[in-house]
Ligand binder design. Structure first.
Ligand code: HEM
Length: 407
């Protein structure tokens, strides 16, 4: 049982009205037939099956069997030493797991090394924005994705959000490195371990009475859920950069998309659901992401924890008021209100008025000087997000869970 603080008690009133919103929003979204055509995917074709009824037919039975056989702790021990894409798998893995991993670690035929090199250029140029965007635009958005919020909250990692965030941040970090998908990089390893974690969650969460009594699905993390979360990452990042008027050359934007298309494939998303272009990504996001965003009691609690992310670290500008104002600024009033985040009297108006000019000055588009204090403050916020990423990224091991969230 969670500790009941005064704030949580006050929040409970809001949570009741939140239930009302979900009750009306969720079935409406669920009733929509699946319309997005596989013609718009990286594969260009497919059986077009509704991804809400498709999970991971290779990894799921395998990991369920590892869990049932009691092999997972030994597998986690062995995989802890497996960190580089090109590294041979450790000796001693069960044969069925080894066979699966040897095959699943291969990059697809549509991998374009030229685009990956350009993606690195983009990540290098835009790293300062990406910290705040992955961390805040995407991270906070995940709390208003109902299926994800519930899955995260009731799974093992939900009990220690800081550790969970650092593991998720590892993926955001790995994808931005020069050698992300090269033999000396780590992105393939991170994706494949995550694919195994998701398969374990599909086996474990249906055994949680808390999850089954709140979730509208029998098995979590469908292919559709995967794409929803995927759009909370690259699609949301690109939408926000566009909204902030950050200039991104077409080849860099396409390359950034490519690096994320590859990650989707390596995470076990079928090629027929991975959008081939930004236009296709936007059309899919309009179908799968935008209409399903809604508050849940679990998401509100997760957001509350995320707002204290900077607490305890020496990052004075990542205080709760700044993070609250950034959430409202990046994701809009509706999402901030759903998450019961108050409007900050100082930071919200400052962001509203000065953020766009700051970007324009930073990008060399506007030469008119702005108040140096505001410029310095925004620069420092971006820098502290990068530091947060770094400080949270001590060598971290993504491990297959064997239990749900302990009570
Ligand atoms: C674990 C990334 C989609 C729920 C993880 C981890 C990463 C990750 C890196 C490992 C971190 C850890 O072990 O804590 C992603 C990415 C996704 C995606 C990049 C899509 C592109 C989803 C979706 C859901 C979900 C759609 C639920 C609907 C979870 C859960 C865990 C997890 C419950 C396990 C936490 C635990 O150990 O208890 N994910 N994820 N993920 N993910 Fe995902």
């Amino acid at each position: 049982m969670d500790n009941l603080s005064r704030r949580n008690v006050l929040k409970a009133g809001g949570v009741l009205s939140v239930f009302g919103a979900i009750a009306t929003a969720a079935p409406a979204a669920a009733r929509q037939p699946w319309r997005w055509s596989p013609a718009g995917s990286v594969l260009g074709s497919g059986d077009g099956a509704d991804p809400r009824t498709v999970w991971d037919s290779e990894a799921d039975p395998l990991v369920a069997s590892l869990l049932d056989r009691g092999d997972v702790p030994r597998v986690n021990d062995l995989l802890r030493t497996w960190t580089k894409n090109g590294q041979p798998l450790p000796n001693g893995l069960p044969n069925d797991l080894r066979d699966f991993m040897e095959h699943a670690r291969q990059l697809p035929s549509w991998t374009d090394q030229g685009k990956l090199a350009t993606a690195f250029k983009f990540n290098e140029k835009r790293g300062t924005y990406l910290g705040v965007l992955y961390g805040f635009a995407s991270g906070m958005m995940s709390t208003v994705i109902p299926n994800e919020a519930r899955a995260v909250y009731y799974s093992k990692g939900g009990a220690n959000m800081k550790a969970r965030i650092s593991k998720t941040a590892k993926l955001g970090y790995d994808i931005g490195t020069r050698n992300a998908y090269q033999p000396d990089g780590e992105m393939i390893v991170t994706c494949l371990k995550t694919r195994l974690v998701h398969a374990a969650v599909r086996h474990l969460l249906p055994q949680s009475e808390y999850w089954t009594s709140t979730a509208p699905e029998d098995i979590p993390i469908s292919q559709n859920d995967m794409m929803v979360t995927w759009h909370s990452l690259p699609t949301t990042v690109m939408r926000t950069l566009t909204q902030w008027k950050v200039p991104v050359p077409a080849d860099e934007s396409e390359a950034f998309l490519h690096s994320w298309q590859l990650s989707a494939h390596m995470l076990g998303i079928q090629d027929q659901y991975i959008p081939a272009t930004w236009a296709q990504a936007d059309s899919q996001a309009a179908q799968v992401l935008d209409p399903i965003l809604a508050p849940t009691p679990e998401g509100i609690k997760l957001a509350d924890i995320l707002l204290d992310l900077g607490a305890g670290l020496d990052l004075t500008l990542l205080s709760r008021p700044v993070l609250s104002a950034l959430t409202r600024f990046a994701l809009g009033d509706q999402i901030a209100d759903w998450l019961q985040i108050a409007r900050e009297p100082v930071w919200s108006p400052l962001l509203d008025v000065a953020w766009e000019p700051y970007i324009a000055v930073r990008e060399g588009i506007l030469t008119v000087p702005m108040a140096p204090e505001a410029y310095w403050t925004f620069d420092e916020i971006l820098r502290q997000f990068v530091l947060l990423y770094m400080s949270e990224l001590r060598p971290i091991s993504i491990e297959i869970p064997v239990i749900n969230r302990p009570r």
